[in-house]
Design a protein around this ligand. Structure first.
Ligand SMILES: NC(=O)C1=CN([C@@H]2O[C@H](COP(=O)(O)OP(=O)(O)OC[C@H]3O[C@@H](n4cnc5c(N)ncnc54)[C@H](OP(=O)(O)O)[C@@H]3O)[C@@H](O)[C@H]2O)C=CC1
Ligand SMILES: Nc1nc2c(ncn2[C@@H]2O[C@H](COP(=O)(O)O)[C@@H](O)[C@H]2O)c(=O)[nH]1
Length: 327
């Protein structure tokens, strides 16, 4: 295997001597844009992962969130609703003319979201650069996340256009079929792509897609992410918007790609699929477990805070997780 090309399951981080007395001393918090959050995890901005109620709960409990863009007519009221509850507003936009108009509408009403994510499949494009510049002109106080990208050149270009953070991941997602349909992407080498992008980045990166175990969050931080976006692992909760489905006594929730036929309502430029994910109960428990596991990661790193994970060494062990461990 080319040592420069690897994915989450191929990497193990190497422990350093522990300097804390208890994992509870390890600080998992992360500053991202104008705010600090409990853990470097954000549920994916997908219709089966996030909705208004969950966004409110996450913001109230110091977790980052990004509302999806698939009910465009509700977004302005969403911003007002969050601000009315004294919570931060974090929304997604596309790049078409009506989205440019929407930014001007928010600016005219002085409803300024704290975070705006430009969310399209191929983010290394003039349409995204135009949108970044448009947001910076009309809503200069919003923190702009642009994506998705998969190359250092793209990170550099979007940062130069004014993006405050970029989102890395073309096709590593669980509901994704981009690699199969187009032959392109970072599917199968997402972690290595993140590493390459981080060498070019001068602003924060979000690692997006391909997280299958909690340990993958620490690996993302090691290879340059400041925040980690997670879809399928966070789609199976009581609070998740997808419907509950029972098959042979087992409980699942629906999860579909944002470029799936289900989402689009038509079979055109489809690059995603619909699937079921196991039901996992209360999202609060899953997020707490992620925090505890990250605290352990920090202790194995020989540190006391999240970014100490950046300093550890690693080995490439092909198929180590798949060969040995499952739970
Ligand atoms: N992270 C990932 O790997 C992927 C994520 N997605 C998700 O699916 C959702 C829909 O994405 P998307 O289809 O981009 O959104 P849209 O359908 O809103 O497309 C955004 C704009 O970009 C254009 N566009 C889209 N893809 C390309 C391309 N490959 N080349 C040139 N122009 C393009 C579209 O025009 P037109 O439709 O006419 O081409 C449209 O004007 C988003 O939430 C996105 O994040 C989708 C695929 C991959
Ligand atoms: N290629 C596609 N990617 C998609 C689609 N819908 C969402 N996504 C991406 O997946 C991640 C979540 O990945 P997961 O491994 O945690 O499940 C999400 O944030 C998007 O970037 C799609 O239809 N096609």
């Amino acid at each position: 295997m080319n040592p420069e090309v690897f994915d989450y399951e191929d990497i193990q981080l190497i422990p350093n001597k522990c300097i804390i007395e208890s994992r509870s001393e390890a600080d998992t918090s992360v500053k991202f844009g104008p705010r600090t959050f409990k853990i470097p995890v954000v549920p994916a901005n997908m219709e089966t992962v996030i909705n208004d109620d969950l966004a409110v709960w996450l913001a109230q409990h110091e977790y980052f969130y990004i509302m999806h863009r698939f009910q465009p007519e509700k977004r302005h009221d969403f911003v007002k609703m969050m601000h009315g509850k004294d919570l931060f507003a974090s929304i997604s936009v596309g790049v078409k003319q009506e989205e440019l108009d929407f930014i001007q509408e928010l600016a005219a009403a002085n409803d300024v979201p704290e975070y705006i994510t430009i969310d399209i499949a191929h983010g290394h494009s003039n349409s995204v650069i135009r949108m970044i510049q448009h947001i910076k002109k009309y809503l200069p106080d919003s923190f702009v996340i642009a994506g998705n990208v998969g190359t250092p050149e793209a990170v550099r270009e979007l940062e130069n256009a004014g993006a405050d953070a970029t989102k890395v991941g073309i096709g590593p997602g669980k509901a994704c079929i981009t690699k199969l349909k187009t032959g392109f992407g970072t599917g199968g080498w997402q972690l290595a792509a993140l590493r390459l992008c981080s060498k070019a980045a001068s602003k924060p990166l979000i690692a997006d897609g391909g997280i299958r175990y909690n340990g993958d969050i620490a690996k993302s931080i090691r290879f340059g992410a400041t925040m980690v976006m997670i879809g399928s692992l966070l789609a199976g909760h009581q609070q998740s918007p997808g419907s509950i489905i029972k098959i042979d006594g087992k409980t699942y929730k629906q999860y579909w790609g944002s470029a799936s036929e289900t989402q689009k309502g038509a079979y055109r430029n489809v690059e995603g699929k619909q699937m079921l994910v196991p039901y996992r109960g209360d999202i609060a428990d899953t997020l707490s477990e992620m925090q505890q596991d990250l605290q352990s990661s920090i202790s194995y790193a020989g540190g006391s805070k999240l970014m100490d994970i950046r300093l550890v060494d690693y080995v490439v062990v092909k198929n180590s997780v798949l060969n040995g461990d499952s739970y």
